[in-house]
Design a protein around this ligand. Structure first.
Ligand SMILES: Cc1cc2nc3c(=O)[nH]c(=O)nc-3n(C[C@H](O)[C@H](O)[C@H](O)COP(=O)(O)O)c2cc1C
Length: 291
């Protein structure tokens, strides 16, 4: 299906774009109006765009329903400071509750049962329960349109970070496994970062990978090895040398037992398992011995 986005209704645009541009991290924004009334609302049109200067951006949109603007945006026009509280799994049901359209004078900290903790540099309070909070100064607000669904980019400079000790390792760095981040996808879908969903992709940024175009044809066009497998193999700087002393019992069995094309498939299958387990040098040797 090919979609001409301009021809879609605002709700259809929302549907397609929000389902495929996902998962999105959630900014739980605490703001105040000119009189000091507090507001707390979640926004998943949110990300980090610069680390030096440290700039995060989120976007309270005009409502598709009636083109009205969100209280968060109105507050930021009156008082250009915000605390961005990062949302984790322990908070998500209360965060969702805070997204209800309460009247402007209602403080969602109280409605959603969160604790206000004074910030040190800005006026809006922090969410005590959030394990990562950012005190921010609003640099600029950029409206992206005037119709319902139009976003308003809020560019925020991060002034001070508050990190809970429970998410830090012994070197005072954030341990990605300890912060059970939650993200928004399309419709009612969310996802949770946890040990079952985390994985690492090694990227030596000082060296250039040889590239998939440099792989021997028998490997590159293997019917067993996938794009992920090839990507991992081609991340080596150059084609490894065949090691004549390489000894591997399982490979030896395959070499002894099977003839021809069937043997290549079985060897590629074995290499694929080694790649999956992160034994890339061994996988390379298995593949090279069979060429
Ligand atoms: C997880 C989550 C993410 C959301 N992300 C956005 C968003 O990025 N932009 C937006 O305009 N509304 C978003 N909403 C809806 C707002 O939170 C909702 O309209 C809220 O009531 C706005 O409150 P306010 O008028 O007090 O600012 C989101 C809601 C939830 C639950």
């Amino acid at each position: 299906m090919i979609i001409d986005v301009a021809a879609l209704s605002p709700l259809e645009k929302q549907h397609y774009l929000q389902h495929v541009i996902a998962p999105r991290p959630i900014c739980f924004a605490s703001t105040v109006d000119g009189k000091g009334n507090v507001n707390l609302s979640p926004f998943s049109f949110f990300n980090l765009f610069s680390t030096n200067p440290p700039v995060v951006v989120f976007s309270p949109s005009r409502r598709v329903r009636d083109n009205s603007t969100k209280h968060t945006l109105q507050n930021l026009m009156e008082w250009p400071e915000v605390v961005i509280n990062i949302v984790d799994y322990d908070m998500i049901q209360q965060v969702s509750l805070a997204s209800c359209e309460y009247p402007k004078d209602v403080n969602e900290f109280i409605k959603a049962g969160f604790t206000m903790e004074p910030a040190s540099l800005v006026k809006p309070p922090m969410v005590k329960e959030s394990k990562a909070r950012m005190e921010c100064r609003v640099m600029e607000i950029k409206p992206l349109g005037t119709e319902g669904g139009a976003g308003n980019l809020v560019l925020c400079e991060v002034l001070r970070l508050h990190l809970d000790a429970s998410i830090l390792n012994e070197h005072k760095k954030v341990d990605q496994r300890k912060l059970q981040l939650v993200a928004r996808l399309g419709g009612n879908w969310y996802c949770k970062v946890g040990l079952e969903s985390l994985f690492e992709v090694a990227k030596p940024n000082t060296e250039l990978g040889m590239g998939i175009d440099a792989l021997p044809a028998v490997i590159r066009y293997s019917s067993v090895l996938t794009g992920n497998d090839l990507g991992a193999l081609a991340n080596f700087r150059e084609l490894p040398q065949k090691d004549p002393g390489f000894a591997d019992a399982q490979l030896q069995q395959l070499l002894n037992r099977l003839p021809g094309a069937e043997r290549t498939l079985a060897i590629h299958q074995y290499a694929k398992e080694l790649i999956r387990d992160g034994s890339l040098s061994q996988a390379w040797q298995v593949l090279l011995q069979a060429i």
